[in-house]
Design a protein around this ligand. Structure first.
Ligand code: ADP
Ligand code: MG
Length: 323
């Protein structure tokens, strides 16, 4: 079974940042109000995610690291109405098969916490431990038993960059969650919860970007879009400053990126990309998120309609704003 998990890991867990993404998403799914991420050496040495979410009982712990043991799929029907971020139940099992993992967890109603250690997929007995309500998962020696993958890791700085990007995406998607990123001894981000999305955007991209954002809003009864785009007159963005969130999760979508570019047509000198932060709410049946385990790409049942909604929303704003 560990081989199966390792193969699954090969699909989902490419690098330390993939671990971070899965752990952070689980903390969000657990209803955490505060999530802390600690990394050492770009995550190659150590990754720890702790949250104040619902926690897991001692009985649940071994199940959580068993393949396809997800608590997030109440029935078949819900596969098509995925509300939570995780739904495949293989991330923890995959990560545990290629690392040394320690989980400490306690639900609010439990008198004490429980600890579980897994080394390369080999699960130790659960032991009681003292810990706060919530969950802390620590990963050490990632890919220790898959030397090829270990060898393909880039420098700690590069891996750290990918982790910061994963953290950024999740923190932007969840402004109401207090999020902290510590690199070694240094607190890189300490982001208090906020109702204003622009606050969180500013925390990552600075006042120069957030001051030039124009707010956008549209709703055609099914497709709701809200967020910001940068004034074309001042935008010096590159296409890496385009953050699209679909039903609460970061997505990458070539077609929608194209729509962003089109919205600037005729408004600016060539070579500029619109900086944009867009949240889209779309009825789940109009989206198929179940395309790839990493879930960055989605498929829309009517991509053309969403493309033109995005384009119109930006275009309308740019043409009606006195700039
Ligand atoms: P999935 O998220 O797809 O269900 P995972 O392998 O990521 O699969 O997690 C397996 C299970 O472990 C989850 O369904 C959940 O029940 C539990 N779990 C994982 N992380 C946490 C956490 N931070 N807090 C509470 N429960 C968690
Ligand atoms: Mg998950």
């Amino acid at each position: 079974p560990n081989l199966v998990n390792q193969i699954a890991a090969g699909e989902v867990i490419e690098r330390p940042a993939s671990v971070v993404k899965e752990l952070l998403e689980n903390s969000v799914d657990a209803g955490a109000q505060r999530i802390e991420l600690l990394i050492e050496k770009g995550g190659t040495e150590r990754i720890r995610v702790s949250d104040d979410g619902c926690g897991m009982s001692a009985e649940q712990l071994p199940l959580a690291v068993t393949s396809h043991a997800t608590s997030k799929l109440p029935d078949d029907e819900s596969l098509f109405h995925v509300g939570t971020l995780g739904f495949r139940g293989e991330a923890l099992a995959s990560i545990a098969s290629v690392s040394h993992m320690t989980i400490r967890s306690r639900p609010a109603d439990a008198a004490e916490g429980a600890e579980l250690r897994i080394r390369g997929g080999i699960i130790d007995p659960v032991a009681p431990c003292g810990c706060p309500t919530g969950t802390a998962i620590e990963i050490r020696n990632l890919f220790f038993n898959t030397p090829v993958r270990r060898r393909f890791l880039k420098t700690p700085q590069t891996e750290r960059g990918h982790i910061v990007e994963a953290f950024t995406r999740l923190a932007l998607a969840n402004p109401r969650i207090h999020m902290v990123l510590t690199n070694g001894e240094k607190v890189v981000y300490d982001l208090p919860p906020t109702e204003r999305w622009a606050d969180r955007i500013e925390a990552f991209f600075g006042g120069e970007v957030s001051d030039s954002l124009i707010s956008l809003e549209s709703d055609d009864g099914q497709i709701r879009i809200s967020g910001y785009a940068c004034d074309p007159a001042v935008s010096r963005g590159n296409n890496r400053m385009q953050y699209l969130f679909l039903n609460g999760r970061f997505i990458r979508d070539r077609s929608l990126q194209h729509a962003l570019g089109e919205s600037y047509r005729g408004l600016l000198m060539s070579g500029r990309f619109p900086i944009a932060f867009l949240r889209m709410q779309i009825p789940p049946e109009m989206v198929d998120v179940n395309v790839h385990p990493c879930k960055l790409e989605v498929r829309f049942t009517d991509g053309g309609r969403i493309y033109s909604r995005v384009l119109q929303t930006l275009r309308h704003k740019f043409l009606s704003t006195d700039m």
